[in-house]
Design a protein around this ligand. Sequence first.
Ligand SMILES: *[C@@H]1O[C@H](CO)[C@@H](O)[C@H](O)[C@H]1NC(C)=O
Ligand SMILES: *[C@@H]1O[C@H](CO)[C@@H](O)[C@H](O)[C@H]1NC(C)=O
Length: 387
Amino acid sequence: MTPITTTVAAATVTTLFLLLTTTVTATTTTLSTDISALKAIKSSINPTTIPSYSCLASWNFTSDPCSNPHITHFLCGLSCSNNRVTQLTFDRPGYSGTLSPLVSQLTQLITLDLSDNKLSGPIPTSLFSLPNLITLDLRNNLFSGTIPPVISNLKSIETLDISHNSISGSLPDTSNSLTLTRLDLSFNKFTGPIPKVAKNLMELAFKSNFLSGGVLKTSFSELTRLEVVEVSDNSLTGTIPGWFFLLPALQQVNLANNGFTGIEILKPIESDLVAVDVGYNKLVGYLSGNFTAYPMLSSLSLRYNKLQGPIPEEYTRTTTLRRLFLDGNYLNGMPPKEFFSGKSSVTGSLGDNCLKSCPTSSQLCLKSQKSSSICRQAYGGKVRQKL
Ligand SMILES: *[C@@H]1O[C@H](CO)[C@@H](O)[C@H](O)[C@H]1NC(C)=O
Ligand SMILES: *[C@@H]1O[C@H](CO)[C@@H](O)[C@H](O)[C@H]1NC(C)=O
């Protein structure tokens, strides 16, 4: 072939190609597999739960989902880019039904938000392989079953929220994800230990599940961006290790209502820790004065544990502490009188302990102290154990 014929041939191919794409665009814009996915998604929703004013009611497949303007059809719930669906956000009229596994055909999906409806059945496993998904929000539905043990195919995921459902089995291992920053699996039925989590995570919430085991280095040690940890209302046990509170970005920690028996508090060099709640556990031993070495700490709760001994005098020197809940322990001695001077802005409770002379004029002491027989028993019991 001479160069000239090559050019002519190429030009013809180009023209043909242009013609072809123009024709296709004119009749339909959305990729057919995306349309079939949308149809399957709509038809797996119970039609009696699709009110006429809702987004899904406007999904009228007589016209193309991605074509503009969306005036008479596909009024809401859907965004496209080029000829692909990139965002699916249900409104919240209380759709019930299931989530069609064909959702995984929407391979350009960036956002999937089906929160606050009544969707039930399993979450399709294929959903966890969508490579472009950044936000997956299924919170507050009735999904059950398990989720994949390892989430590594969600290559772009940043926010994963499946809280307030009925998912059981183990928590997923997210440690291969470099993109995940927010993980909320709270209020489900997960069991077993806390696995290794994504190392760029900033917020982790596993509140109100049935998790067991301890706070382990293998799960947390590399989490240099972790700011919020919410794992209250589980069955975690053991000693909360000192290094945990030294995680460099940590700000809020809620470990309340578990079965922890010990807590180790090391003095930080620097720390942004603002709030710590380890109330309603089984902590034994003395109250560490080292909490007061955390320069930003403004809220501390260790209420309803089994702590003994005096309130360390360091607590009188902290200027950041605003809320202090130490009630429901066996703390003894005199409470620091600085708490009761007009200058102190500390609120909370020191009640239900074994403290002497807690002035009932202070709201910190409104709840009365334990009876002396209970206190004698608590301290006597400890001495006997040692012998
Ligand atoms: C779809 O929408 C068009 C335009 O509003 C309307 O004429 C048509 O009846 C609708 N079709 C169905 C099946 O609802
Ligand atoms: C306080 O912190 C220091 C140093 O970080 C540690 O050696 C010590 O055991 C801690 N003491 C208490 C009572 O927690």
